[in-house]
Design a protein around this ligand. Structure first.
Ligand code: NAD
Ligand code: GLY
Length: 360
C-alpha cells in the first residue's frame, strides 16, 4: 500500500492506494469508531462491495446503515440527494455520524455534498471504485450535483477525512468505464508532467488491459499531481482551474447530449483533443503535439470527434461553465505537453476549433 497526503493544514488527509484495502479495518477505524456510519452506494456497486465493507467496519462502528441510490449520471440531482438525507434522518444520524462514499465519481460527488450540508457539515470517507474516481474525483473536496442547465452547478468544497482506493475494485469495471478513467490520467500528464505523459504513451496496452501494476502507478502519480494542485489552490481561485483541461468543451458535450449519453471521461477525452487544437491555433503547441494527444486519447478507446451540437450551442453551453467570468469563457490551454495555462480566447479562434472537431 502507498499512502499520499493532501496537505491542507488541519484538514489534511491521507490517500491510501493498494490492493485489498476495503478489507482492512485499521484504515477505517480512526474515523468511524463508535460512530453511526452511512454507506452511500448504488445498485451496481453495492452488490459487489458493500458486504465486504460492512464486515470490515461493523466491529468498530456504533451502527452501519446503507443508502443505495439508483445508478447513473442522470440521477446526480436534488431528488436523489434527498434520499440520502431521508435515510440519515430516519435512522437517527447526528453531527458525529460519518458517511462513506462507496462508488464512482457520481456517488462520491453526491455523498460528499450530503456530508457538506447535512447538519451543516459532517465527516466523510471516499472509497472510490472506478478508475476515474481513484485518479481524480475522490481527491480535492469538490462535491455536488448537476442542474439541467449546467454540469456540477450546485455544490460545495468539502474535503473527505480519508481516501481509501482499493485497486482490486477496478477488476470488475466495464472497459468503457476504464477508458473514461484513463482520460483523466492523460489529463494529469498533459497539464503537469511530460514524462508521465510519455509513460502513459508507452503503457497503453497495460492500462487498457487493467494491469494492476500499471494501474497502481497511474493512480499514484495522478493523485500526487492532483494533491499538489489542490494544496496550492483548494478553492480554485487560480491554478486549480488547470485540472479542468478538456472540461470546458467536455461539460458542453455532456450537458448538450443529455447527462449519461457520453460518459464524463469520454467527453473530457474529446474535450482535451479540442483544447489541444485550440492551443495549436493560438500558437502555443505544434500540430504534431495535437496529433500526439489525439492518438493517445484514441488508443484508450475514447472518442476524439465531438457530436454535432453546432458552434452556437457549444458557445451557449460553455458560457454556463463555472470558470466563465461575466459571460467570458476561460479556456485551459497547453503551452506544451506537461504545462497548462488559463486564458480567454477570441470567439473567432474557438469557432475554428469547433468547426474542425465536430462530426458530420
Ligand atoms: P460513475 O460514478 O457513474 O461510475 C461509472 C459506472 O461504473 C457506474 O455505472 C457505476 O455504478 C459503475 N461502477 C463503479 N464502480 C464499479 C466497479 N468497481 N465495478 C463495476 N462497476 C462499477 O462515473 P465516474 O466516471 O466514476 O465519475 C463521473 C462523475 O465524477 C461525473 O459526475 C463527474 O462530474 C464527476 N467528477 C468529479 C470530480 C471532482 O473533482 N469532484 C472530478 C472528476 C469527475
Ligand atoms: N476535477 C477538477 C478539480 O477537481 O478541480
Amino acid at each position: 500500500m502507498k499512502t499520499l497526503q493532501v496537505s491542507l493544514g488541519d484538514r489534511s488527509y491521507p490517500i491510501h492506494i493498494g490492493s485489498g484495502l476495503i478489507s482492512k479495518p485499521e484504515l477505517f477505524k480512526p474515523y468511524i469508531a463508535n460512530k453511526s456510519v452511512f454507506i452511500v452506494s448504488n445498485t451496481t456497486v453495492s452488490p459487489l462491495y458493500s458486504k465486504k465493507l460492512i464486515n470490515t467496519i461493523s466491529e468498530d462502528a456504533k451502527s452501519v446503515h446503507e443508502v443505495i441510490l439508483p445508478d447513473g449520471e442522470s440521477y446526480k440531482d436534488w431528488a436523489t440527494l434527498q434520499k440520502i438525507f431521508d435515510a440519515m434522518l430516519a435512522n437517527g444520524a447526528d453531527r458525529k455520524s460519518v458517511i462513506i462514499a462507496l462508488g464512482g465519481g457520481v456517488i462520491g460527488d453526491m455523498a460528499g455534498f450530503a456530508a457538506a450540508s447535512f447538519m451543516r457539515g459532517i465527516r466523510f470517507i471516499q472509497v472510490p471504485t472506478t478508475l476515474l474516481a481513484q485518479v481524480d474525483s475522490s481527491v480535492g473536496g469538490k462535491t455536488g450535483i448537476n442542474h439541467p442547465l449546467g454540469k456540477n452547478m450546485i455544490g460545495a468544497f468539502h474535503q473527505p477525512v480519508a481516501v481509501i482506493a482499493d485497486l482490486d475494485t477496478l477488476k470488475t469495471l466495464p472497459p468503457r468505464e476504464l477508458s473514461a478513467g484513463l482520460a483523466e490520467v492523460i489529463k494529469h500528464g498533459a497539464i503537469a508532467d511530460s514524462s508521465f505523459f510519455h509513460w502513459i504513451e508507452a503503457h497503453t496496452r497495460e492500462l487498457t488491459a487493467c494491469d494492476l501494476d500499471a494501474m497502481a502507478h497511474a493512480v499514484e502519480r495522478s493523485c500526487e499531481i492532483k494533491s499538489a494542485v489542490v494544496a496550492a489552490d483548494e478553492k480554485e481561485s487560480g491554478i486549480r482551474a488547470i485540472l479542468n483541461y478538456g472540461h470546458t468543451f467536455g461539460h458542453a458535450i455532456e450537458s448538450g447530449m443529455g447527462y449519461g449519453q457520453w460518459l464524463h471521461g469520454e467527453a473530457v477525452g474529446c474535450g482535451m483533443v479540442m483544447a489541444a487544437d485550440l492551443s495549436a491555433r493560438l500558437g502555443h503547441i505544434q500540430t504534431h503535439e495535437v496529433e500526439r494527444i489525439k492518438k493517445l486519447v484514441a488508443a484508450m478507446a475514447l472518442p476524439t470527434c465531438a457530436p454535432p451540437l453546432g458552434n452556437q450551442r457549444f458557445f451557449e453551453l460553455m458560457r454556463i461553465d463555472k470558470k466563465s467570468e461575466g459571460g467570458e469563457i476561460r479556456y485551459i490551454t497547453l503551452e506544451k505537453i506537461g504545462q497548462a495555462k488559463i486564458e480567454a480566447v477570441d470567439d473567432s479562434i474557438v469557432n475554428q476549433t469547433l468547426s474542425a472537431n465536430q462530426a458530420g
